[in-house]
Ligand binder design. Structure first.
Ligand SMILES: CNc1nc2cc(C(=O)NN)ccc2[nH]1
Length: 373
């Protein structure tokens, strides 16, 4: 155990890297996938089940927790780890992205954002300083700068103005974060799909100095080809010896393509949210258990999967409980999807360690059928 926050780069294979982030609450094996625990829970999962899938860290959302139950209440109750019974590391986002996508009546100024809660219409305010205070009260191990993520498509002037505001907010976030050994503050690169803007953002962040660097502003509708084109250059603009975190990504093939291009950490609601809609991810591709073709199928979702859903239940059963809207449906499909995403990360960590990422990637693509399985 350590009292400090540190990143040890392990093996590299092409641009792909494996490593370990050491924190006082435990180690994070990279490349890492973070399940999303929005309102102090990974929906339909007990914390011990999330740990059983292999997750070393989970993500909490500042926007949701500040509205309900409030950061002050969670602080009074011992912090987010105690509150949600998760003793491993937690990364919290800054609230900036979700204010823009969820809140109403938003007013953005140089100082910050005022908005009305999507839950009860109450008035709230976020700024770099307030976001740092909220994330400190939550007790998260990795804190994200408060920034603005522009919706794409946007013209260059809008991208530039937004990125430069975010860089000023990054400096204010750094100042407000203070000296917190064992905790990390990550800067967030913005700049849309404009290479020169990404470069300017990276230089601004490096001049301030952060324990880790996120690539923000992607997975906002640009499509995989444009995202990969940006990832062909953006990660290398960031310090080689610090974790690189791609926010909000993604589908299994997005994740593989991002790791291939030098990304170390990712988060996405996809495995949990889509599990609740019946969508199942496997090494052979995707299926939706809702489809009537599963109703007499005695086979597991994936013969090679060792998760509780695949060990103990048939597709027919999972089809039945989904159609019946039984709670166990969300539990089993979420567990399976999170298990599969973690298995994907473990496979890449081992492949990078063994210098065989390309072969692993080729096998990953070869065994995925087009369409339903
Ligand atoms: C699902 N796509 C997606 N893109 C994101 C971008 C950001 C960002 O730039 N925050 N500063 C955060 C969450 C995201 N989720």
């Amino acid at each position: 155990m350590t009292t400090r926050f540190s990143f040890q780069l392990g093996a590299t294979d092409g641009k792909a890297r494996s490593g370990v982030i050491d924190t006082p609450r435990g180690a994070i094996r990279t490349p890492a996938f973070m399940p999303v625990g929005t309102a102090a829970t990974v929906k339909a999962m007990m914390p011990e089940s999330v740990a059983a899938t292999g997750a070393d860290i989970l993500l909490g959302n500042t926007y949701h927790l500040m509205l309900r139950p409030t950061a002050e209440r969670i602080d009074r109750l011992g912090g987010l780890h105690r509150f949600m019974n998760w003793s491993k590391p937690i990364l919290t986002d800054s609230g900036g992205f979700q204010v823009m996508s969820l809140a109403s009546l938003r007013k953005l100024t140089e100082e910050g954002v005022t908005f009305k809660s999507h839950i009860d219409g109450s008035k709230h305010h976020l700024s770099p300083e307030r976001s740092m205070e909220i994330q400190r009260l939550l007790g998260s191990d990795i804190v994200m700068c408060f920034d603005e993520c522009p919706a794409l498509p946007a013209d260059r002037d809008r991208i530039a103005a937004s990125m430069r505001l975010s860089m000023r907010w990054a400096a204010r976030s750094r100042e407000a974060f203070g000296d917190r050994p064992g905790h990390a503050l990550f800067g967030i690169q913005q700049g849309g799909l404009e290479r020169d803007m990404r470069e300017e953002s990276a230089e601004a962040l490096k001049a301030i100095g952060f324990e880790g660097y996120a690539i923000g502003g992607l997975a906002v509708g640009e499509g995989q080809e444009a995202m990969f084109e940006c990832l062909d250059y953006a990660p290398e603009m960031l310090p080689v010896d610090r974790p690189r975190y791609l926010m909000g990504v993604g589908k299994p093939d997005d994740i593989v393509g991002a790791v291939k291009r030098g990304v170390d950490m990712m988060d996405c609601v996809l495995p949990s949210r889509s599990g609740r809609t019946g969508q199942v991810f496997t090494r052979h591709g995707v299926l939706n258990i809702k489809n009537a073709r599963h109703q007499d199928d005695p086979r597991p979702l994936d013969e090679q999967c060792t998760c509780p859903a695949c060990r103990n239940y048939s597709r027919a059963y999972l089809h039945h409980v989904f159609r019946s809207q039984e709670i166990i449906s969300s539990m089993l499909l979420t567990w399976h999807n999170l298990h599969y995403f973690q298995e994907l990360m473990q496979g890449m960590r081992e492949a990078i360690g063994g210098g065989r990422f390309d072969a692993w990637e080729a096998e990953f693509h070869a065994q995925r059928a087009e369409g339903d399985i």
